[in-house]
Design a protein. Sequence first.
Length: 421
Amino acid sequence: MEDIIITGANVWIDGKFVVADVSVHDRKISAIGNPMLQTFNGKIIDGTGKYLVPGLVDMHVHFREPGYSYKETIRTGSMAAAAGGFTIVCTMPNLNPAPDNVENLRRQLDIIRLDACIDVLPYATITKKRMGSELVDYRMLAPWVAGFSDDGTGVQDADVMRKAMEGIAPTGKILAAHCEVEALLNRGYIHDGEYCRRNGHRGICSESEWGEVERDIRLAEETGCRLHVCHISTKESVALIRDAKRRGVKVTCETGPHYLTFCDEDLQEEGRFKMNPPIRSREDRDALREGLIDGTIDVVATDHAPHSESEKSKGLEKSAMGVVGLETAFAAVYTTMVKSGLISFERLVEAMAITPRRILGLPGADGLTVGDTANLVLLDLERIMEVDPFRFKSMGTATPYAGMTLQGWPVMTISNGNICF
């Protein structure tokens, strides 16, 4: 394995940036300082003017394998993640077979071991086959997973969710909740707002999300379970989680780059603007931005959800729910939130690299440290590029960012000491 030195970069150490050289030897960070380049026989990377931070972590992706590999595979998904600067991703369990027992989970882990170019941590399901009724064996599955989720559907029965939280709490793992009250959906597919009404679409009301957020916070408070709320999109969800944190509830949450960038005024009659939860109102978007600013929102996660071209080419009404996001995530949030002055670059690094590690109990949460495994991303904050989805590593191409010009891109990703992008 080739040794690596990144010279002259702005290196993230103890929450701030210091200009330094970073050496990688035998998969680990071997030195931070000024190595003797005259005697070095490995690969030298000029990091001058760029920023070297812990590899990004995405707590919410869909790699579709096993079961739906015509949409994405673990190989293509992990390549897309590496191109986006991610060295760790957590895969959601809406697969076939669902990872609801050790045997099914092992099938996914075997593919990960063979094909992934970064670290891929799966979620197991909350309920068997994600049907919302029969609980899985949390104790048996816990050592192998990032946490438990039925993502794609919310657990509708409060008693089932309470028992799930009681079972998950002793494992110390998170319950990553997809919060959605199915009885309130009314066959909707975009936000129930002005664009929806003006163009004759069926809307998804905000309460379908925040109603279950409210319930799950209450249950987490009762059971002591670590609740992580997935992909929040409404101002009410932000307010509920902010209040719960003030009360000391063990709750964290995420939102996606697209919810921070767009509102329903930006919708177009194309499948690349259709996801669940939907892009909501300007007021919701602004509340999400404020939640990221004040720390109510802990993490930015992509909900990377690839589909085939045919599944995404049927307009807003009939296209499948879900967009891709791994390869544009950092640049999208940097452009939307940092370049506009809403948050600092350091806050962005926290939300995309540091806090996810703390929530998941992974190493690297204190920044780059000698002796740690080398999971790094080199960022060029001056690089400007137009988003061309047909150059993606992902098999999916549906993104609301297509054709947009974004600034701040990963230029090198090192996973477990190997340059993977």
